[in-house]
Design a protein around this ligand. Structure first.
Ligand code: ADP
Ligand code: MG
Length: 156
């Protein structure tokens, strides 16, 4: 199951992140792909909003910390692997919280192992200054779950 969305601006991408949250539950794994500035972190902002993370909490790329944790309806583990060296992946302890909350990983192409059988991949593509193509691909249980999103008005 694959769905494409076009977002016309930043707010659309936040809205898309928010609309995904109705499908989320602890233990979910979301892998984000796409170049710098394509909207990955912006999308995570929407997910945090949808899971009622305190709006005062600043959702930003955990580029240096590698992991940011936000407490909302569920705990969100926001991971950014941009600067990851292979040695650090072990130390990151991803497996320890993979079943506890929602794990969202930016630059997931840096992963060299499969973390779970059920997961959602999201690809971000820069179309122009304000337009992005966002593609969802579901694996395992996410193949079916994604059908719920198809009805969203941003769907192309
Ligand atoms: P990434 O995490 O992929 O590096 P960010 O979300 O940090 O990207 O940055 C995306 C940038 O692009 C922001 O400055 C945002 O305002 C801008 N932008 C413009 N149009 C969009 C859009 N449709 N969706 C998301 N971000 C957009
Ligand atoms: Mg980012």
């Amino acid at each position: 199951m694959q769905i494409n969305f076009i977002t016309e601006n930043e707010e659309d991408t936040i809205k898309l992140g928010r609309s995904l949250t109705k499908l989320l539950k602890p233990g979910d794994l979301i892998l984000l792909y796409g170049d710098l500035g394509c909207g990955k972190t912006t999308f995570v902002k929407g997910v945090a909003e949808g899971l009622l993370v305190d709006p005062e909490v600043y959702v930003t790329s955990p580029t240096f910390s590698l992991i940011n944790v936000y407490e909302g309806k569920y705990t969100i583990y926001h991971v950014d692997l941009y600067r990851l060296e292979h040695i650090e992946l072990e130390e990151l302890g991803l497996h320890e919280f993979l079943n506890e909350g929602i794990v969202i990983i930016e630059w997931a192409d840096r992963l060299n192992e499969s973390l779970k059988e059920d997961f959602l991949e999201i690809y971000f593509k820069y179309l122009d200054l304000t337009k992005r193509k966002i593609t969802f691909i579901g694996y395992g249980e996410w193949q079916e779950l994604l059908r719920e999103l198809d009805k969203d008005e941003l769907s192309t």
